[in-house]
Design a protein around this ligand. Structure first.
Ligand code: CA
Length: 223
């Protein structure tokens, strides 16, 4: 899962980005509205954290532009505590949720998790696929109750496939959601990660769809 953080306060941006990385996400950072808007327009994000008060272009205009351009990724706005009108304007412009400053990073993380889950059609914080359970809150996964020891890449891969269970996900899409913009991306490595993940899962839940990509689905739903 890949997140964009648009916040001009350098310390706050770093604090949020570090916490998100710690929780297993890939993070891109932007420090003004123009850069943030560009990234959100050109890169696929699973969620965006967007400050309202930004240099060059303000956050409300940024989210408005994305929605006009047909970008539908979940957007969490950061607002000032006393500016209720900003919250209304942000939601009306197309934001999905907001957190007022000052906030606890844990609250931001919880809201981001919920936005990503809901966007993928999951209401519960735990996503289940046969014997595999993904705990989005603790960023861990189990098979038949025993915890899987996954590297950060393997976890991101499993998390993306489970959030999009039943759908065919292409290698390009996986690469885009597993690495940040500066990473030297190579879609061949995806095959390697899928192989390792299959081995660790020990159950055959990730299907290769020839020429298209991969699909993870519960044995009960297989057709
Ligand atoms: Ca600001």
């Amino acid at each position: 899962m890949r997140i964009l953080v648009v916040e001009d306060d350098v310390n706050l941006n770093r604090q949020l980005s570090d916490a998100l990385k710690e929780a297993g996400y890939v993070v891109d950072q932007a420090f003004d509205g123009e850069e943030g808007h560009f990234l959100g327009e050109t890169e696929p994000y699973d969620a965006v954290i967007l400050d309202i008060g930004l240099p060059v272009i303000d956050g409300i205009t940024v989210v408005e532009k994305w929605r006009e351009e047909g970008k539908s990724m979940p957007v969490l706005m950061l607002t000032a505590r006393d500016r209720w009108s900003d919250k209304v304007a942000g939601i009306d412009a197309g934001a999905d949720d907001y957190v007022a400053k000052p906030f606890h990073v844990e609250e931001v993380l919880a809201r981001v998790r919920a936005l990503i889950r809901r966007a993928a059609g999951h209401a519960s914080s735990e996503i289940v696929c046969g014997p595999v359970r993904l705990d989005t809150k603790a960023s861990k996964a189990t098979v038949d109750g025993s915890t899987l020891k996954l590297t950060s890449h393997e976890f991101r891969l499993l998390s993306y496939l489970m959030h999009h269970m039943g759908q065919v996900v292409s290698r390009t899409e996986l690469v885009e959601h597993m690495y940040d913009q500066d990473f030297d991306r190579d879609s061949n490595t995806i095959e390697v990660f899928v192989g390792r993940l299959r081995k660790k899962l020990g159950v055959d839940l990730i299907e290769t769809v020839r020429g298209l990509g991969y699909r993870m689905q519960s044995p009960n739903d297989a057709s």
